[in-house]
Design a protein around this ligand. Sequence first.
Ligand SMILES: [Zn+2]
Ligand SMILES: [Zn+2]
Length: 284
Amino acid sequence: MAEVVLMGVKGGPAIRPGSHMPTSVLLRIGGRSILVDAGLGVTRGICDAGTPLTGLDLILITHLHSDHYLELGPLLHTAWTAGLTRPVPVIGPSGLPAHWEGFCASMAFDIDLRERDEGRVPFAPLFDFRLLTEGEVTGTAGLTIRAMRNDHPPIEESYALRFDCEGASIVLSGDTAYMPEMADFARGADILVHEAMLLPGVEALVARMPNGDERLRTHILRSHTSAEDVGRIAAEAGVGKLALTHMVPDGDPDFSEEDWRAEVRKHWDGPLHIGRDGMVLRTG
Ligand SMILES: [Zn+2]
Ligand SMILES: [Zn+2]
């Protein structure tokens, strides 16, 4: 059995009263605790999920939009103050070491102080970076992780991830436009967690933006997947259950769970979960 905890299901970087948190997902699979993405709120989310910050075995970052890694430095710093003493493997895009170096530089006073004054282990080496590329990411002790480059312009280093272990399989779409290849990548998975947007909600969101020119609208529409197309992928892939995450819009009272369901149900009649922060999904 494996578990997925959706710790942040909101698409995009802003939060407002009543909204969910940006993206982070905790997987418990093959006896390991794996974090995928580290958006704002991830540190609290891991604790609320009952996992100690010192218990993370691996971190993967799908791409470098801030809603997926804004809290990576603060997460590792907080894990350090909570007693982390071993490096944590972090697998992600090529820009991540610059984030880490910048974070360490921004906190140098505090880090130096705690190392000298409190005797903590050196902080900087706790970040054990490996570049995320397409194909098999790791295949150790029965757990196989594979990455597929998805379609999230203008970012090129952006990935969907698949985890297979002891008969349990979980697929995370990452941020992506509709891509039929996702159905092959997710074929037969127990759980597919896919990003989704509601097209009328996108129009309402863009209309509310103070500087509303066409760029935000164009970005959202060409980089993300409509809820209807998510249903299409789940049906084509034959997954066990489908969960929506990275939802755009989020927290708009004009749109309810029923609106999401109606779109997905045009193609998918299997188990469907409209994501909420803290939602736990289990295989089997
Ligand atoms: Zn995003
Ligand atoms: Zn993105």
